[in-house]
Ligand binder design. Sequence first.
Ligand code: PLP
Length: 432
Amino acid sequence: MTRTAIPLPHLIGFTDRGGNWYAEEVPLAQLAKEFGTPLYVYSKKALTEAYQAYDRACIDATGKRRARIHYAMKANSNLAVIDCLRQLGSGFDLVSGGELARALAIGADPQSLVFAGVGKSADEIAQALKAGVKCINVESISELHKINRVAKELHCRAPISLRVNPDVDAQTHPYISTGLKGNKFGIAYHEVLKTYREAALLSQIDVVGIDCHIGSQITTTSPYLDAVDKVLDLVAQLKKEGIEIHHLDLGGGLGISYGAECPPDITEFTNALLNRVAERGFGYLDLVLEPGRSLVGNAGVLLTQVEYLKPGVEKNFCIVDAAMTELMRPALYEAYHGIVPVQTKAVENVTYDIVGPVCESGDWLGKDRSLAVEEGDLLAILSAGAYGFVMASNYNTRPKPAEIMVDGNKAFLIRAREKMVDLFANETVLPK
Ligand SMILES: *Cc1c(COP(=O)(O)O)cnc(C)c1O
């Protein structure tokens, strides 16, 4: 089967100009030459425009802000990326103490930080409380008690929200669905009210919000509207019981087009959610959205060089210098990424599996792709801005690639390629 029928995603910041791919005003081939491959390249314009689309939709006709954006930095946590978003006005959704440290390193306002995650340690909770984050999103009764304990030790109060598992099917890949009752995430819908009642009685806990996050790479709005309705039902019930909720955090998860998908655009999606909340009479709540992928996914590509073309009996292999170690999504979710030659060549098209050098059969980046390439050519793996570098590993003792951000005609090295010696610098052999 060939997949030539799958269209390329609509990209901002990356263009094919007469057979040469560019990041904004810089040829990708030039970047590969200057910085080597594999190489992550991000477009500042692409991420800026995605952020601004969200931001515009968050402001109503009278100029009043209806919602705030807290970028889920696990999608791409490079300091330059998060600092660009901070400058545009974004807050952040964090899922670890490490991400909190990144947010503080760029000088993010602690009140623009929400701390999520299903398994926060006491240390991470303490770190968040000391930093003074806006809210800790709680995922279990045990966690609630742990937060209360840590806050008591620190003689402070803990602002919390409960993450509701609304039991809606986000119709996405099972590994990135999070809002079904079989998922590990959130507090079961029927236990949420009980847990809020319990939270209200704890000495150090301030109930401030309610949140949900139903999954990732979601391409329709309807599961969100179902989740909104179910969560608002809880807010109404809590109000009756005298438990006042101030903010409603609807999570992230809006999908992007990797090729064949047609997700709603950011404006349409955001309006649908915010309008539903307003129609139901909850427009007074502070709303929070936590997009990750939809801000950065199509703002990045992974450049790689063809090492070998290996004709096979059943398959032809195009062996490149990037692998599952740089982009794990195909190996992990059988995810599709568009792959294009950086420079058009007048050679015959051949159908290849594009694979990396790692010793795993799961190490592939694209299957059954018709490409006109020769050894030494460059390929761009598209839509690699989200869940790309952040999932990179050193498996097979491979140094992590460099990252570049392009802004107009300038290219900035925003993370140096790892050096081989650094990979085992923390290891020691046993004494003689
Ligand atoms: C991962 C995550 C997000 C962002 O998801 P995307 O699919 O990248 O938009 C938002 N909120 C929480 C709690 C998450 O875990």
